[in-house]
Design a protein around this ligand. Sequence first.
Ligand code: P1T
Length: 384
Amino acid sequence: MKKAMQFNTAVIHGGQSPDPAYGAVMPPIYQTSTYAQSTPGGHKGFEYSRTHNPTRSALENAFASIEGGAFGLAFASGLAAMDAVMKLLQPGDEVISTNDLYGGSYRLFTKIFEPFGIRFRFIDLQQADQLEEHISAATRLIWVETPTNPMMQVVDIAAIARQAKAHNVLLAVDNTFASSYVQNPLALGADIVMHSATKYLAGHSDVVLGALVVNDEELDERLRFIQNASGAVPGPMDSFLTLRGIKTLHVRMQRHCENAAAIANYLAKHPAIEKVYWPGFESHPNHEVAKTQMNGFGGMLSFIPKGADYSKAIRIVEHLELFTLAESLGGVESLAGHPASMTHASIPKEIREKSGVVDSLIRLSVGIEDVRDLIQDLEQALSA
Ligand code: P1T
């Protein structure tokens, strides 16, 4: 049996082989919707690009490889990947999820799937032992985001996985904030890993794409059926760009982690800062769990300026020059966001504030520029 590759090799070679036509080292962008057949059903493994496309297949193999899973599936966006997971469920089924999560995920759950009869419970999963009392006979899925967007809560994946298994409930982990370099949920017992590959995996803010990785063959078959039947697949160009991004994931993530650590420490000592949310601090409530399940603490952090309200937070993000004020995260360039008015505006204010997403909160996606320039930019914006 072939020995499993180290991660830094898998990002480049995992599931890849030269293209059979001319030996192209990078898979060609197979910009085609269909494939010639000699007789009905007589084809070379590809018949229609919603079902299969060679560029997408190369990407799906890479997804599986970097998450240490057996099967990878690519979707038109992170939300399309989540949408496919939700379609495993039936009316009356229950889902338990974290109380802090991406606003679009919350919107998908409550505005699309709740009307179809799926019930959601949003709870604080930072204390894994609190899960048990929320599991009912109707619970089919636990949906965990860790670290959470934008409060950087850390959930103990292995502890949740043990309880999920004991109750025969599927555990899905949104691994977007960590990336596959920092965290591999399947190895910790999760059944499904999901990514907004738009972020760290593609890594260059030039594509929107989603990923699922699973180990179970039957689960893969069901998800692949949904992928084809619902049809939210990425095109070959976006698949190619994501695959190219993955090849440098390990080196980018090392710098993202280093720069975010430097900025977290700079902000924590700054007299104008009230609170910094970053799992690398020993004072973070789940630092010990983060240390065991993560390889580094990622490139994301959030903070609250001292005495800030809505308009002061807006003023600070408007004054940033190197950090671009924008939705999204995980690209090589640094971005700043105001969750209450941007990424999390689709969550009602009273629910949002319960998990800490207050009007004064600012979120940073720390890029891989020279960290001295990033700190200087924060310094001038905070004193403006
Ligand atoms: O944008 P899309 O590729 O569909 O992925 C959605 C998504 C899912 N899960 C997490 C944790 C996410 O952060 C996102 C997208 N988030 C942003 C656009 C953002 O700025 O937070």
